[in-house]
Design a protein around this ligand. Sequence first.
Ligand code: UDX
Length: 436
Amino acid sequence: MQLTMIGTGYVGLVTGTCFAEFGHHVTCVDKDKSKIEQLCKGAIPIYEPGLDTLVAKNVREGRLQFTSNLEEAVAEAEAIFLAVGTPTSRRGDGYADLTYIYQASKEIAPHLKGYTVIIDKSTVPTGTASQVERIIKENNPTADFDVASNPEFLREGAAIADFMRPDRVVIGVETERAEETLRSIYQPLFLQETPIVKTDIKTAELTKYAANAFLAAKISFINEIALLCDTIGADVIALAKGIGMDGRIGSKFLHPGPGYGGSCFPKDTLALMRIAQEHGQNLRIVEATVEVNAAQKAKMVKKIRDAVGGSEAGKTIAVLGLTFKPETDDMRESSAVTILPALLEKGAKIKAHDPFGMEEAKKVMPPGIIYTENAYEACTDADAVILMTEWNQYRALDLNRLAGLMRNHVFIDLRNVYTPKTVKAAGFQYIGVGRS
Ligand code: UDX
């Protein structure tokens, strides 16, 4: 099939490339000409494992192309995916900013030729698809089209695998023609019997928010339980195993940490709260999830302060990992962005390392952080080390070497990567989240 992807951000680029890998012909469009030029030369603007190879392969085989020529890309498409950003609105009220979606709808409208399905891939509040439909009709009254919703559930760092082997595909469609188009697009997945959940459009839109809010709630739940474990000396890892083996609960997303971050959970939980409030309802569990997450970050600052003897002033603290999770260079809403400035403010000296996130970190972090070549350099002469993001590079550190380099031996493992026994054996005081 001939598909067009509007927006070559994280979602658009991964989705477009994977559709090409399915065998479709995909044109990715972006207004940012320099980005398109870069992509045409084979440079990938984001770090996502395996993406560069897959882009190169599909470009070489003639199924994937990049352009800023919207008119041509729209005219030839059987289906157009809207994968533009829907950030939290700048008003700061938690609503999703739909400017880019509406703008894209307006721009594609005059160029539609033949029957086309316009599919929302971006995460958008319920009712957005009907707005898209209205805008297109206003700008091209004779256009032959349907709108549909097809939310993505891709994890950064594992996006390609998630796309190729999804747990399910949700399609929100309201005409048979649109359903047929969506089913043909995902036909390659039928071979591996991926369930397709067909809903009306509003339900599909809301499903995405509900999925992310539920996952975020699971994390906030285990984070609170971890704090209780800290207080009473219980072990949250064993506890998570004990509850996770119950099939009704499930063992995934029960890892305590410094609070969730990233481009989705913080934004989508806020947007869902606002959608509900607009309809006169309070989603109290989602509200609590957001509050607990903010509190978790603050509690981590206190944990670190206590670990270095009650005051960060004059202490050198090594920080391993800055991104919101491993295998990405994404710093958006990373807990490091809240925790590190709080430590700096109290007079700590911070030496940080991240395998892929340091360039992004320099853009969003306050000045004063010393960025190092590797974990050992970060730890040299440090009073404490914080394992902030669980990159593989930090999972098997030479703890004896680390101990030899550090001034004081405090290991704050905010991802519970190490067993306390191993760290203590190297002469450290071990502080985890929900176990010690
Ligand atoms: C998420 C959803 O998983 C995906 O389905 C959605 O479409 C986009 O948002 P992503 O943001 O890439 O994906 O990352 P994810 O792996 O889900 O992690 C989100 C955050 O939660 C990270 O900060 C991570 O460190 C944290 N987390 C995750 C925990 O603290 N504990 C856990 O058990 C799981």
